[in-house]
Design a binder for this molecule. Structure first.
Ligand SMILES: [Zn+2]
Ligand SMILES: [Zn+2]
Length: 333
């Protein structure tokens, strides 16, 4: 069925400012990290015809709207752990280790726990279907897809009670997933009520999309880059952050791989404020940790890494060197 265009209007400067919210009662350091918006974040680009915002209605969630909802808030020592569950016994250990590293920096001050992997086919009441193929993957009719909504309820039922400190649980799979019958696929899905989420990286594989890799391009780096974007996006949903309609941002919705690829790894100022409110990290330490992990991953991460470094440098000029310890145990006090 042809979807109706939603006539998405790019919010103007006034609307973006309103979405960021008033600064009254905000911690001084956080307030400083929300300044100079135009130097670091660009307004959202108008969507092309196949892009998310041309096809899906999004009301745009302001910081105040985010705050009034009963979202998950990290409580140190009680509910402060993001659990990652691999749904494939064959998944590369180093790939999973890198996902953990990115989470440790991105959701700074949360504990990250990698759970022992589970075979997706052993999940009770799992539902599958055969994918008919679509415009994004025309050569794949017959591909087996897994019902992601069923996996989310299983995660909630089985894994939440086993991990009492879990603020959210995210499953990662190499299989294709769909949220409900009338969707052809999803990159990821998260339930804000149960704080359970899943993402698949099958469709980021250059082999799946028929992406042209130039000589010297690193396919693994490309997969990791796309996976980190979808993972940080889905976990953001679990903290109650809805799709961003204000800036070019990791929390923008995406319909296809090019759209996912083109958005930045970082959150815009509005989504950043929501995440900081939910987690309570030190803004300066987090940017330093993110610059460091992007530098380590290299390749496609370089551009975002430089952006994180610029943010850190900006806060360094405002506050001076960090006094508190970094998570890296080798750093001398
Ligand atoms: Zn989303
Ligand atoms: Zn945003």
């Amino acid at each position: 069925m042809e979807k109706l265009p939603q006539n998405f209007k790019v919010p103007n400067a006034e609307e973006r400012k309103r979405a960021l919210g008033s600064m009254g009662g905000t911690n001084f350091k956080v307030k400083k990290a929300l300044e100079n918006v135009d130097d670091y974040w660009v307004p959202i680009n108008p969507p092309g015809p196949s892009d998310w915002l041309a096809n899906e209605y999004e009301s745009g969630q302001t910081f105040e709207e985010f705050k009034v909802n009963k979202n998950a808030i990290v409580e140190k020592g009680k509910s402060d752990t993001i659990c990652i569950l691999p749904l494939d016994k064959q998944m590369s250990k180093s790939f999973l280790k890198n996902l953990v590293k990115m989470c440790e920096a991105f959701f700074y001050s949360c504990r990250i726990k990698l759970l022992p992997s589970v075979d997706i086919n052993t999940i009770e009441k799992i539902e599958t279907r055969q994918f008919p193929g679509d415009q994004y993957a025309p050569d794949t009719p017959g591909l087996i897809q897994y019902n992601a909504s069923k996996i989310l309820s299983w995660l909630f039922r089985v894994y939440k009670p086993q991990n009492p400190r879990a603020i959210c649980i995210i499953a990662v799979t190499t299989q294709d997933i769909y949220p409900e019958e009338n969707f052809s696929f999803v990159f990821g899905l998260a339930n804000v009520m149960t704080q359970a989420g899943i993402f698949s990286f099958l469709r980021y594989d250059p082999g799946f999309n028929g992406d042209e890799l130039n000589e010297g391009d690193d396919g693994q780096n490309l997969m990791l880059y796309r996976a980190c974007k979808v993972m940080t996006h889905e976990i953001g949903h679990m903290f109650g952050i809805r799709h961003c309609t204000f800036h070019e941002c990791c929390m923008n919705g995406s319909n296809h791989i090019q759209e996912c690829q083109s958005r930045p790894l970082y959150y815009c100022v509005i989504c950043f404020r929501k995440l900081q409110y939910a987690i309570g990290f030190d803004v300066q330490e987090r940017y330093q940790a993110l610059a460091k992990v992007c530098q380590e991953f290299g390749g496609l991460f370089d551009q975002d890494g430089q952006w994180f470094q610029r943010r850190y440098d900006d806060l360094l000029a405002k506050f001076g060197k960090l006094q508190s310890k970094m998570p890296d145990k080798k750093v001398k006090q």
